[in-house]
Write a protein that binds this ligand. Structure first.
Ligand SMILES: NC(=O)c1ccc[n+]([C@@H]2O[C@H](COP(=O)([O-])OP(=O)(O)OC[C@H]3O[C@@H](n4cnc5c(N)ncnc54)[C@H](O)[C@@H]3O)[C@@H](O)[C@H]2O)c1
Length: 226
């Protein structure tokens, strides 16, 4: 039973979505993404409703935190029923921007870039990897996962007419700042940065850093403090 969930699930308008985005902390956005992934799986398995305790258990989050996250984005469950999976997917998707298509370019088609180009999970969430760029002649002119790899020297010429929304940086740290600045000047509005370096790009661009070594460090710390 959902004790504190009495209102009908309500879907917000654009303004409400903007407001909820502004209120969400970074960890909360991460959790929403996990709920979204789990809800997708549940929908595929034919589940129509779910309560906060069960969904929370699936992603290892307490029911109270999950309810708070979902209430921040303007949704609440129905007493005795829980959340409508389809509506929840729609609302979380809107807030996370998964309802729209995002064009993404990849810079650096080395080991990591190659794996990303082959990954099939992006398109399900609205991300389309359109093009990749590299400086290595052995990579230029090849196609990986259906995505053509072009010479990085052609980046400006190829992207300036219609800049992609987002870019993934999978290049060595020493090149990352210069390439990131180039992408920002072309109009790219978000960067997923795998290079282990802090980018200082101003407020016009959103940056998410993925540092797997730091994550391992966090894990090692967590193991030691268990
Ligand atoms: N491979 C991993 O598991 C992993 C994990 C965490 C972080 N990273 C980081 O991700 C980045 C890429 O790692 P990797 O293992 O794929 O390295 P890699 O050397 O295999 O690939 C880097 C690619 O970037 C290309 N490149 C270099 N300068 C460029 C430029 N100016 N424009 C476009 N392309 C350029 C290179 O030709 C190469 O193909 C590194 O910063 C690395 O530290 C990698």
């Amino acid at each position: 039973m959902e004790e504190s969930l009495s209102e009908e699930l309500s879907l917000g308008n654009d303004q409400a979505e903007d407001r909820s985005r502004a209120q969400l902390s970074r960890p909360a956005v991460g959790r929403l993404s996990l709920y979204f992934r789990e809800l997708h799986r549940l929908r595929e398995a034919g589940t129509e409703t779910i309560n906060s305790r069960t969904l929370g258990q699936l992603v290892n989050v307490s029911a109270a935190i999950l309810r708070r996250d979902l209430s921040t984005i303007g949704t609440s469950g129905r007493r005795g029923v829980g959340y409508d999976v389809e509506e929840l997917l729609e609302q979380i998707g809107k807030v996370l921007g998964s309802g729209q298509r995002w064009e993404v370019v990849l810079i650096g088609a080395g080991s990591l870039g190659d794996a990303l180009l082959r990954y099939r999970g992006f398109s399900r969430l609205g991300f389309t990897l359109t093009t990749a760029f590299d400086v290595n002649p052995a990579r230029i002119g090849t196609v990986v996962g259906g995505v053509p790899i072009h010479d990085a020297a052609e980046m400006q010429a190829r992207l300036s007419a219609q800049p992609p929304h987002l870019a993934i940086l999978a290049i060595p740290a020493a090149q990352a700042a210069e390439v990131a600045n180039q992408l920002v000047s072309l109009g790219v509005s978000g960067l997923l940065n795998f290079a282990p370096v802090t980018l200082k790009l101003g407020s016009k661009v959103a940056v998410v850093n993925v540092d797997l070594a730091s994550e391992l460090q966090r894990l090692a710390f967590a193991v030691q403090t268990q």
